[in-house]
Write a protein that binds this ligand. Structure first.
Ligand code: PMP
Length: 307
């Protein structure tokens, strides 16, 4: 039992309490990792007494793209998906920071690791979530000995369940060696991303991040950061990034829905910049939190209100 057991979730067309939403052990997705998922945050704003879901439509569209790669089909329109998500949050009476996990999984009981002619189902549930990584203290990181999976192996563009074995290997290695997080290189040896977030560096006041061909997930927070930086007249570049460019950067941070914006203190025991949060990172982090919490009207179109 956990405290979410009675909360409402959605599975294959039905709303159930989480404790009743179970699957058969023969399920294809469980055996082969043939599922794709989203990770969405909703922030509780105590002053406004509302829960704001961040960029829900963009998350839906990414799930649709993941589904296409895995030969699946989203069973509902964006409007229906938004209705399902809001119902789960509203009827669950969620009034705290929440993480929403939609996933589309191969639900047939099939003994063959293929993609076609296997039926899939959609499920959505929510859990409480505050910081996933510390956003204030500065993270000590390492370059992983595990290489990021590439587009012709397990495409990172598809947020595929099975691909997260790669993340788990890197994350455990980092934690077991007393680092806070891992950074992947791609199969060409360039910086790719974290185990569950995209990465940015700042060099000479310019914001740089690995491009979409660097075996990264097309992050929605990444896109948000790029847009905010442009609006602040910070120069942004998407390109390949070398390992030692990261060592010698002025600032560096991770960006992701779970991770939010979390600054990096060191990489492979080299302190980044001054060893404290950099000015550009701090500005972007403050702006990001203001927006996601519903305290900046300019970005209202990115927010979906639950209540
Ligand atoms: N890369 C990976 C591997 C991730 O798991 C995530 C988290 N979804 C991200 C990047 C960041 O993506 P987003 O900003 O859309 O959450």
């Amino acid at each position: 039992m956990n405290s979410n057991d009675e909360k409402l979730c959605y599975i294959n067309g039905k709303f159930l309490s989480l404790k009743d939403a179970n699957i058969n052990i023969q399920t294809h997705a469980l055996q082969y990792g043939t599922a794709c998922f989203g990770g969405i945050r909703a922030y509780w704003n105590e002053d406004k007494k509302n829960l704001f879901i961040f960029r829900l439509k963009d998350h839906y569209q990414r799930l649709q793209n993941s589904a296409k790669i895995l030969q699946m089909k989203m069973p509902c329109s964006y409007e229906e998906f938004a209705e399902i998500t809001i119902k789960i949050l509203k009827e669950g009476n969620w009034k705290q920071n929440t993480y929403i996990r939609p996933f589309l999984y191969k639900s047939d009981l099939e003994l063959s690791p293929r993609l076609h002619n296997v039926n899939d189902s959609l499920a959505v549930y929510a859990i409480p979530l505050n910081d996933y990584l510390d956003t204030q203290k500065g993270l000590n990181t390492c370059i992983s000995s595990w290489i990021r999976i590439s587009d012709n192996q397990i495409p990172t563009r598809a947020k595929a369940t099975g691909g997260y074995i790669n993340s788990a290997l890197a994350k455990s290695e980092a934690l077991q060696n007393n680092y806070d997080e891992a950074i992947f290189l791609d199969n060409q040896g360039f910086i790719s991303e974290g185990s569950a977030s995209n990465i940015f560096i700042v060099k000479d006041e310019c914001l740089i991040t690995p491009d979409l061909a660097s075996s990264i997930l097309v992050g929605i927070t990444r896109r948000t950061v790029l847009r905010l930086a442009e609006e602040m007249d910070i120069k942004v570049i998407e390109r390949r990034v070398g390992r030692t460019e990261l060592y010698t950067a002025d600032e560096s941070f991770f960006a992701g829905t779970g991770v939010q914006i979390a600054w990096i203190r060191s990489v492979d025991n080299r302190v980044i910049g001054s060893g404290s949060i950099g000015a550009i990172t701090k500005t972007l982090q403050e702006k990001y939190f203001e927006i996601v919490k519903g305290n900046n009207n300019k970005y209202d179109s990115w927010l979906t209100k639950v209540y």
